[in-house]
Design a protein around this ligand. Structure first.
Ligand SMILES: *Cc1c(COP(=O)(O)O)cnc(C)c1O
Length: 235
C-alpha cells in the first residue's frame, strides 16, 4: 500500500489496542448513560494514509470519517476494504456532487447546502443520507444551523425529497468543562427530537470526539468521530 512520505504510517498493533480500549469505554459510557442506543465508531482517518483505514478495518471498524472531499477521494481509490465513508467536515456547495460518494454527510450546515445536495442526489436518481449540523454552543467559529432556526428548517427540508434527514451532528467547544459539554450534547438530542416531531426519521446523533466521546455517549450519541485517540496526534 503506497503512502506518501509526509504521512506517518500507523502501527496496526497500536491501533488494535486503541480500538479495544475505546470500545470498552464506549460500552461503559453507554451503560452509564442509559439511553440504550447503538453506538457506531467512526474512525477519523484524515491526514493519515490508506493504511489507517486498513488498520481500523482489521479491527472490525467498518466506518471511517474524512473531513475533506479531495483527500477522501484519493484514499477511496487506494483502499480495498469495504468501509462506509462518512463526510464529517464542512462542505462547500460546489462540491455537493462529490458528497454522493459518501454513505453519510454529517456536515449539512445550511439550507443552501441542503438544496445543493438535494439537487445532485435527485439528478443522480437516488437519495442521500444527511445529518443536520447544529451549532448548539453558539461559538462564532463553528459551522451549523442555529438551534432556533431548526423547527422552521425541519419543515422546509420535506420539500427536498432526495435527502433523508437521519439526525443531528454537533461539535462541542474544545476542552470545555463537563457541565457545558453535557448542555451542548443534550441540546443536540433535543434538536433531534425536533426533527423527529417534524416527521423526519432522524434516529442518529453524531457527537463526541477524542476529548469528549464518553460524555457524548452518556448523552445519547449514536456516532462518535474519533481520530487522535485511535491513530495518535496529527501534528
Ligand atoms: C478531526 C475531526 C474529528 C476527530 O477529532 P479527534 O479529536 O482527533 O478525535 C471529529 N469530527 C470532526 C468534524 C473532525 O473534523
Amino acid at each position: 500500500m503506497p503512502i506518501s512520505d509526509h504521512v506517518a504510517a500507523v502501527v496496526p498493533q497500536a491501533v488494535q489496542e486503541a480500538v479495544a480500549e475505546v470500545r470498552t469505554r464506549i460500552a461503559e459510557a453507554r451503560a452509564r448513560g442509559g439511553h440504550g442506543q447503538d453506538v457506531t465508531l467512526v474512525a477519523v482517518t484524515k491526514t493519515h494514509g490508506p493504511d489507517a483505514v486498513e488498520a481500523a478495518f482489521a479491527c472490525g471498524v467498518t466506518d471511517v470519517g474524512e473531513n475533506r472531499v479531495q483527500e477522501a477521494e484519493s484514499k477511496m481509490a487506494q483502499v480495498t476494504v469495504p468501509v462506509r465513508w462518512h463526510l464529517i467536515g464542512h462542505l462547500q456547495r460546489n462540491k455537493a456532487k462529490q458528497a454522493l460518494r459518501f454513505s453519510l454527510v454529517h456536515g449539512m450546515d445550511s439550507e443552501r447546502l441542503a438544496v445543493a445536495l438535494h439537487d445532485e442526489a435527485a439528478k443522480a436518481g437516488r437519495t442521500l443520507d444527511v445529518l443536520l449540523q447544529v451549532n448548539v454552543s453558539g461559538e462564532a467559529s463553528k459551522s451549523g444551523v442555529a438551534p432556533h432556526d431548526v423547527p422552521a428548517l425541519a419543515d422546509r427540508l420535506h420539500a427536498l425529497s432526495a435527502l433523508r434527514v437521519r439526525g443531528v451532528m454537533t461539535m462541542a467547544p474544545f476542552d470545555a468543562a463537563e457541565g457545558l459539554l453535557r448542555d451542548v450534547f443534550a441540546g443536540a438530542r433535543a434538536l433531534r427530537a425536533t426533527l423527529q416531531a417534524a416527521g423526519h426519521s432522524a434516529e442518529w446523533l453524531s457527537m463526541g470526539m477524542s476529548g469528549d466521546y464518553e460524555i457524548a455517549v452518556e448523552e445519547g450519541a449514536t456516532h462518535v468521530r474519533l481520530g487522535t485517540v485511535l491513530f495518535g496526534s496529527r501534528t
